[in-house]
Structures are given as structure tokens and as C-alpha cells.
Design a protein around this ligand. Sequence first.
Ligand code: UDP
Length: 586
Amino acid sequence: MRGLSCRMNVAAVLNGLLVSILAAVLWKYVKLREHAFSVEEELLLSQQSQELSQVRIDYHGALQSLQEEGTRMVCTGKMHTDRICRFDYLCYSTEAEEFVFFHSNDSVMVPNLGSRRFQPALLDLSSVEDHNTQYFNFQELPAPALKFMPKPVFVPDVTLILNRFNPDNLMHVFHDDLLPIFYTMKQYPDLDQEARLVFMEGWNEGLHFDLYRLLSNKQPLLKDQLKNFGKLLCFTRSYVGLSKITTWYQYGFVQPQGPKANILVSGMEIRKFTQFLMDKLNVSLEENSIGEEYIVVFSRTINRLILNEAELILALAQEFQMKTVTVSLDDHSFADVVQIISKASMLISMHGAQLISSIFLPRGAVVVELFPYAVNPDHYTPYKTLASLPGMDLQYVAWQNTIEENSVAFPDRPWDQGGIGHLEKEEQIRIMKSEEVPRHLCCRNPEWLYRIYQDTKVDIPSLIETIRQSIKTKPSVKKVKMASVVHPGKVREAKCQASVHGTNEAKLTVSWQIPWNLKYLKVREVKYEVWIQEQGENTYMPYILPHQNYTFSENIKPFATYLVWIRCIFNKHLLGPFADVLVCRT
Ligand code: UDP
């Protein structure tokens, strides 16, 4: 038994040895093949990257970096709603339609949220806040898993990855996409004119793709096009997400629509952006060829029509003694629209996305927004909010049709064009009888759609009267200068001196020096605001003063302690900070 087993063992060992040698030889052969193959493949893949961006890359070096260092991510923002992330080597699987973070010993993930990354997401991919169709996240893999995956194609451009929100609607294009992209690019200097935009929302180019093209010299890529470049794309450097700093309106997803709670943009930034676009569109700001002031009626040709447009144009021309022209998105190129609007004294249009073009109006111009019957202008204010931003320097006027007979509704159209045929008869009757659309959430409220897609015969005397009452002067853009935006600094060397007269009377003399920056400025009007509060009291007495000292005697008691705050004000509305509080004892 022993001998047999020994012989068998020798045979087994020999067998095993043979198999091992064979395996080793095979292995070597496969490795060699693999090497030859991968050199060829690398060449092909780097050619693909080059095709993608005309930038030569060191494919081997890039692959090695990805394998050894993995993905690196550093983000700004405390919440998913204010976060933008910068990545080295963020990858995207076009088969899985998932972004991939590769972990290695050197990868970086800041913030490291653990599974809070899914509550609800790492960040918003569009500028619309916390919209659950716009979330961004990635899947994770260890870097060695790359061995089993399709060879990556590297995208060597610095890339901004984002979702457009509604690329067929001009208001959404500007407010949600173009302005946020422009200022996100300003935030990160390597997102320059050679940066690549990648739109992940999954739409086709959309109606206004040419406008997106103006933002960088490289053709933006759509989600659908990514798979043409390979199965695994790795962005050498990318930024993901959009700045929301410039948005001023919320569309009513969680509460009825209205201005954002904390608007952080002024006309200065909007106008800087429009200047950039106008340069790109070759629109010059020189004196217009007509040389005179004129009014623009922005018309819609498909729906929400002005039924008496010709009559309206005549009346406006006569009333304001100005040439009056019409433009529409259907009959003019966008560059032509901008050229015309950028020199207009007044823009008149039905409520609708075309009114975003008022960002191109010159300072001092008037915007007149027309609302159909039963649509309350106070409830829909994206263009009013825009025109009223400090530094836009536009005068805004809203007019509403209040005469039902001047309105034409379309109950038989499809629901998204205001049709109500799909509703219960009773509900249809209620809607048709209603005199005002109650406040509602976005986006499919049938009563809202029914009313907003009405055509309107504008009652001209009532419109002219509304415009006359709301605008201070004859519309004119000739002399309107940019208002100053320089705020005062703190007043300096504030002092107080008290004097007591008898047992009931006291005086408090307060003096201070001008703010440091004032000596370098020419300011039309400089005033000071002083608040005096008796210690322990809830109320204070405010004063506006023209000089740098004042003696207060009203309501000043002897043997009391007063807190005194002082700040400087330029031109009535530019408030400076309060200086450190003065504690004054009488
Ligand atoms: N639009 C247009 N002419 C029309 C109707 C619509 O140019 O007669 C444009 C409009 O400016 C917007 C897009 O088509 O960019 C979608 O219009 P919709 O009525 O859906 O949106 P709204 O204008 O109410 O935002």
C-alpha cells in the first residue's frame, strides 16, 4: 500500500510540475501578447482622446496615475444644494450610465459623507435647488478593478459636468444654465475658454444650443455622445455641479413660485454676462443706425397671442412718439433679437420666456409685461424680479387683461397647451367661471395652463394709462448712467461726551471721522445714521445727520448709560457698516 501510494505520489508530483511549467510558459506568452496588445490599444485609445479634444496626452502616464492614485475629489459646500466638486480622474461608464470613483491608497474624498452621500445625493447637477431628477452621485470601485474593465479613454480637457434644466425654454436656458455656467467658470480659473462642457440631463441639443456654444471654444458634449468615445471615459480634471449664486427665481416645486428667499446677484453681474454674450454674438453697442429711440413689441406667433398687435403698435408709436418695431423668436435670429433689444427704450411682451431678453435692454429702459385674463401678475414675477434687481436699472410695468370678452381660451387643445377636455365636466365649468387662478405648485396645474395660454385683445387705453402711471419720465435710455455701487467704510474715531445740567437734563455730544474710503471718492450725498439706545431698553432713537458731530439733548437722562451706533450712508441707499458700539455714560 505504501509503495503504491509513493509511486502515485511521484507521478502526481511530476504531473503537477509539468502542468506548472506549461502554465508558466502559457502565462508568459499571454503576458507578451497582452503587452503587445495593450501598446496597440493604448495608441488607439490615446488617439481617441485626441480626437475628443485635440490635446495630446500621455496615455500610459494617465492610466498609471489612475491605477495608482485613483480618483481624487475635493468639494465646496456644506449641503448637497450648495456643493460643487473638483475631481481628478472621475470616470464614467457609458454602458452602466454611472460615474465611477476609483479608490486607491492615494485617492481623496472630501467631504467623506459615508452613506449620507445618498441622503439624498452628493450634489445638485443643475442650478435648480434640490430637484430629485437632478441629483449627482457616483459608484465606487477599488482601482485594481480597472484590470477587468474596458480600457479607459481619457478626456484631457478641463471639464464642467452639469445638467441643463429645460433647454427648449429661453428663460430656463438663461436663468438655470447660461448664467450659472458662466459664473461657475469664473469661480474656477482652469475652467477657461478651452474648457469642455458636458451636459448629462440626457436631452438632445435643444432649440438654443448655439447659445451654449458661446461659453467656451470647445463643442459641448451631450450625454448620448459620450458612448461614441468609449465604454469607460475618465475625465482628467473635472468640476461637477453649478453655482446657484446668480439665480433669482424658484419655479414652485415645493411652494408657489416666486423670487428666491435670499437673492445674491445684482444687475452688475447680469450685465457683465450680457456684455460677454454680446461680444460673442458680434452685437455692437454703438449708436443704432436709426439714430432714434424706439419701442420693441416682442411677439409670440404660436400661442398666448396679442390679437390686436398691429393696432397696439400704432397706438404705442403715437402715444410715445417713437418708432415701434416687433421681434419674435420665430422670425429673427437670436443675435438680431439682441441687437434690436439692446438699444430699445421700451420692451412690451406677453408673460413668457421671451421676456428673459430684457437682460439685454439698456439701463433706463422700460419693461412692460402683459398678463392674460385671470392671471394675477403678483403671482408670477420672474421678469419683475429680474428688472428690479439693483443695478439692472430697468423700470418694470405689469398690465393684466381684466375684460373677459377680450380673452380667447382653448379648452380643446392638449393639456400642456391649456386644454381642459380631460377634466370632469364640473371641474371644467369651475375653471371657466373662475376669475383668478389660485396660487399653485409647478407645473401641470390645468387652471393655470388654461388661463396662461389664452390669447388677448389688449385694451389699449387701459395699457397706455398703466404705463403712464408707472413710469416716472418719458422712456429714454440716453442719459442713464450706471449708479455707483461703492459702499462706505466704517466711521472712525467715534467718541462721546456727556454733560449733566441740573438733576433732569443731560446732553450727549457724539463725534466721529469720515470713513477711510471717502477721501478717495466723489460722492453726491454723504449722511450719517446714529442710533441711540438706553442700556437695557428694547427700542432706540434713530437720527439721520449731515455732519460728523451732533449734540443730543432730547430724551437724554442724567446718570444713564447709552449705547450709540453710527454708520455712514452714500446717496441715500448705500449703507455702510456700523462702527463698534460706543458706551456713553451721562
Ligand atoms: N415660444 C415662442 N413663440 C410662441 C410660443 C413659445 O417663441 O409663440 C417660445 C418661448 O419663448 C419659450 C418656448 O417657446 O422659449 C416655450 O414656451 P412656453 O409657452 O412653453 O413657456 P413660457 O413662455 O410660458 O415660459
